[in-house]
Design a protein around this ligand. Structure first.
Ligand SMILES: CC(C)(COP(=O)(O)OP(=O)(O)OC[C@H]1O[C@@H](n2cnc3c(N)ncnc32)[C@H](O)[C@@H]1OP(=O)(O)O)[C@@H](O)C(=O)NCCC(=O)NCCS
Length: 197
């Protein structure tokens, strides 16, 4: 698969009509992420359109015209607050449905703390989400998505970017380090990494 990946995957900007597929990939590769609790329809109808609309860079990787990976960068600091304000009723309904789930409750507290403190953000666009379907992981697609995004960010005049990832996933921390990001700090079980020109 690695040879096929290297040669036959193409990269381009994401289209809004691909957000349903992106939501599917999100649920497949990030089943434990807070947003995955909200379900495919919410991800497709609200979450990803909001992310896409506020993105500085949104790229996808294609194999035989099928999206197999994507990445989104955004420097919109009020993105999540707006998302919650606009969709609070839907989010409350999902929250009530999951209230017995300890992992979900832990996420609620963490998301609140992350939103409450602005110093939980670094300067520049945040790499908000990246995902590569399992059959293509380890083949260089994620690295390509990041290096092409960084080229686009530089062309758009940005000189830094950042990402936070769970410290409990050292393979992801390594992945970002290999892509040129450097560890800056840890906070609430997340490792923060920064890329600077
Ligand atoms: C993290 C992710 C985007 C990396 O994309 P990728 O195409 O697999 O990465 P690449 O092939 O370009 O780089 C491989 C490096 O990434 C790291 N890595 C992280 N997850 C990996 C995985 N599942 N398989 C292989 N390598 C992985 C390794 O350090 C690897 O380096 P190595 O080959 O020297 O061991 C992808 O594995 C993925 O979608 N994972 C699930 C979703 C996720 O965790 N997203 C990040 C949080 S938002």
């Amino acid at each position: 698969m690695r040879d096929i990946v290297a040669d036959d995957v193409t990269y381009r900007e994401m289209n809004p009509d691909e957000l349903y597929r992106i939501a599917e990939i999100h649920l497949e590769v990030l089943p434990r992420d807070f947003s995955s609790f909200l379900g495919k329809e919410f991800l497709k109808e609200h979450f990803y359109p909001a992310l896409f609309g506020s993105s500085d860079v949104a790229l996808c990787a294609l194999y035989r015209q099928q999206v197999v990976g994507y990445v989104l960068f955004s420097s919109d600091e009020s993105l999540y607050r707006r998302l919650v304000m606009r969709n609070w009723a839907t989010m409350l309904r999902f929250s009530l449905a999951h209230l017995v789930n300890i992992r979900f409750l832990k996420y609620i507290v963490e998301v609140f703390l992350l939103l409450a403190f602005q110093d939980s953000r670094l300067h520049g666009p945040e790499l908000v989400y990246i995902g590569v379907v399992p059959e293509f992981q380890g083949g260089g697609v994620g690295s390509q998505l990041i290096s092409r995004s960084i080229d686009s960010l530089e062309q758009a005049g940005f000189s830094s970017s950042w990402v936070k990832t769970l410290s409990s996933t050292p393979q992801n921390v390594r992945f970002y380090e290999k892509a040129g990001f450097k560890i800056v700090r840890t906070y609430l079980g997340r490792t923060y990494l920064k890329w600077a020109k």
